[in-house]
Design a protein around this ligand. Structure first.
Ligand code: DMJ
Length: 653
């Protein structure tokens, strides 16, 4: 008979001295239950202890702190790993003063299970953002060293002063004076203060992009996730990184610059992009942004990436006329025009806005193929018959004939005129054909399309088949700066007239801002018997963080020194802060005439490339990115002027 009194308990049951098979039992005896419970409790205590003593979790005084610590570690992997993607903006409201997510099921009310935790976690995240924005780094701030003559980017982790980031700046050629590309503080303390504010705005826009949309094209600042406009195709190409990088550099935000630069080196690839990308947008944002970074730093990685992507764009030029298509599939090379474009035409502001980037790329690579493409476009345009000396917005790439006779210095036409003037400037004023075409085109536009409203506002309207449309698109507000730049760089019969119109049109654009509730201008504003410089249609009242008016303030400030341009720029900063800033970045507005306008939940990449750059330069000293040495591409990326700027960097370097 088996003993029942050993050290270890036996679980064999006996009935009348006969062992009972154990499988027939349906439950444990009480002693067995206690033992199992003890084992589970011991296991639980061990796990619980380990949870708090693992280094990742130690230090939190409560569960929220622990979650927060995990969140910080997961930031790089994307916040959605930890925090489920919030509902879309139209499904979500913000609790008064709280930022707590609300469910939207007809009535807005808080989800009782999540409110407390969300509020605490969000407070922690916001605090983190504030600490970083105020310059107190959670991590030790690396020392940034600009190395004007460096030949390598060697890190020195053994440096006792902490990690060191070297931003390579290879001096291009022997020169006594290198143009200022950072610094540039103004002597005026108010301007300095305002410039610091713009820099802080850039930090807010960038940091939130890094936190919520790193590697994606753009940021949705309200729903805090990535966004991609169709112009970028379906891939994540880090458009905000490439577009915003030179602004970071100019503002002296060098650790952020290095962070973006390394992402580009490791992640930006143009092979196998099997979707249609815009030739124009990729050129002005990617090629332009990369080339500026190459000019600023001499880092050949930027130049080589610019050449790689441009090579992938070249199939778009394989047309009967050499006028390229709008869209190109980077994998297959197949190209086409937008379905909405009149008669399947190519668009003037697109094929006419490649000259600066393609010319400079040829010069820095030694490969003439890029310049040949844009020189050919120039020849085609020069030889075309032009109605009243004007360039219609549409041209067919197969027939070489104009499409509908719509003419505009705003959308669909705008940057073609800009690149005529700027090609001449970029060439060190040797490309006189471009200047001549610019002067003729502008004279004819002003002659046929400029009007003064009864209230005395000068505007340049659109024209459709010889009939004026008495409106200006927001895009046309860059023309004040353009006309001023043209007038200030060469004297001629039209100089004074162009300078006068430049200032009057910029005044009109300022009025379009001033006549709204938000002090931000709509996409389109009209001039009728009923209204001046105001929108009439609901679908033209939006503002998408556009830069054009501020670009004109900047250029005209540099040219005239009239303090009103800085004041107007400061009004814009305040309006952006009041109506567009949200905890996750900056958003466009759906109706500028409503103070409580809905937002569009998109932080456009050009907000970093242009809007903030022009505002920053408006409050900087004239030496910083001098207009005598740099010419801005249409996306706000400064390219060096040949002969005037040693950063032009010949191909041999
Ligand atoms: C930018 O992408 C460029 O300035 C382009 O030429 C048209 N405008 C947008 C920003 O509004």
């Amino acid at each position: 008979m088996a003993s029942t009194t050993g050290i270890l308990p036996t679980y064999q049951r006996f009935v009348n001295g006969v062992p009972v098979p154990s499988f027939s039992r349906r439950s444990f005896r009480p002693r067995e239950k206690y033992l199992i419970l003890l084992v589970f409790m011991t296991f639980g205590v061990v796990c619980f202890g380990a949870f708090f003593y693992l280094p990742e979790f130690r230090g939190g005084s409560n569960a929220v702190n622990s979650v927060y610590n995990v969140y910080k570690h997961m930031q790089k992997a994307g916040p959605e790993l930890l925090i489920p993607a919030p509902p879309r903006a139209d499904e979500v409201g913000e609790a008064p003063g709280g930022g707590v997510p609300l469910r939207h099921d007809g009535l807005m009310h808080p989800d009782p299970h999540k409110v407390g935790d969300w509020a605490k976690l969000q407070a922690k995240i916001d605090e983190d953002g504030r600490v970083q924005a105020s310059g107190q780094k959670v991590l030790e701030k690396p020392r940034i060293i600009l190395a004007p003559n460096a030949s390598s980017s060697a890190r020195r982790p053994e440096d006792p002063a902490g990690p060191r980031i070297v931003v390579v700046t290879v001096a291009p050629a022997r020169s006594d004076t290198y143009p200022a590309v950072t610094g540039g503080e103004d002597a005026d303390p108010t301007a300095r203060e305002r410039r610091n504010k713009v820099k802080e705005m850039m930090k807010h826009a960038w940091d939130n992009y890094v936190r919520y949309a790193w590697g994606k094209n753009e940021l949705r600042p309200i729903s805090k996730r990535g966004h991609s406009a169709s112009i970028f195709g379906s891939q994540s190409l880090g458009a905000t990184i490439v577009d915003g990088l030179d602004t970071l550099y100019i503002m002296g935000l060098m650790d952020e610059f290095k962070q973006g630069r390394d992402w580009i080196e490791e992640n930006l690839r143009f092979d196998n992009l099997a979707s249609d990308l815009s030739l124009f947008e990729v050129t002005i944002r990617f090629v332009g942004g990369l080339l500026t970074c190459y000019a600023l730093t001499g880092d050949v990685m930027f130049r080589d990436k610019a050449a790689q992507v441009t090579d992938k764009l070249l199939p778009a030029f394989q047309t009967q006329t050499g006028i390229p298509y709008s869209l190109v599939n980077l994998k297959t090379g197949s190209s086409k025009n937008y379905g909405w474009a009149s008669g399947a035409c190519s668009i003037l502001s697109e094929f006419g806005t490649l000259h600066l980037e393609f010319s400079y790329l040829s010069d820095v690579t030694g490969n003439p193929v890029y310049r040949a493409k844009v020189d050919h476009i120039r020849r085609v345009l020069k030889n075309m018959d032009k109605p009243n000396g004007l360039y219609p917005n549409y041209l067919h790439p197969k027939t070489g004939k104009w499409g509908q006779h719509h003419i505009s210095i705003g959308g669909l036409g705008d940057s073609f005129y800009e690149y005529l003037l700027k090609a001449w400037l970029q060439s060190g004023k040797t490309d006189t054909e471009a200047r001549q075409m610019y002067d003729e085109a502008i004279d004819n536009i002003l002659k046929h399309m400029m009007r003064v409203s009864p209230g005395g506002l000068t505007y340049i309207s659109d024209m459709k088949f010889d009939r004026l449309e008495h409106k200006m698109g927001h895009l046309a507000c860059f023309s004040g700066g353009l006309l001023g730049l043209g007038a200030s760089t060469q004297r001629g019969d039209s100089t004074d007239h162009h300078m006068d119109v430049a200032q009057r049109v910029t005044n009109t654009c300022h009025e379009a801002y001033d006549r709204t509730a938000t002090k931000l201008a709509p996409e389109v504003f009209r001039f009728t018997d009923a209204v001046e410089a105001k929108s009439l249609k609901s679908n033209e009242k939006y503002y998408i963080l556009r830069p054009e008016t501020f670009e004109s303030y900047f250029v005209l400030w540099r040219l005239t020194k009239d303090p009103k341009y800085r004041e107007w720029g400061w009004e814009a900063v305040q309006a952006l802060e009041k109506y567009c800033r949200v905890s996750g970045g900056y958003s466009g507005l759906k109706n500028v005439y409503l103070e409580d306008t809905p937002k569009d939940d998109v932080q456009q990449s050009f907000f970093l490339a242009e809007t903030l750059k022009y505002l920053y330069l408006l409050f900087s000293d004239d030496d910083l990115v001098s207009l005598d040495q740099w010419v801005f591409n249409t996306e706000g990326h400064p390219l060096p002027i040949r002969g005037a700027n040693p950063y032009y960097r010949p191909a041999t370097v």
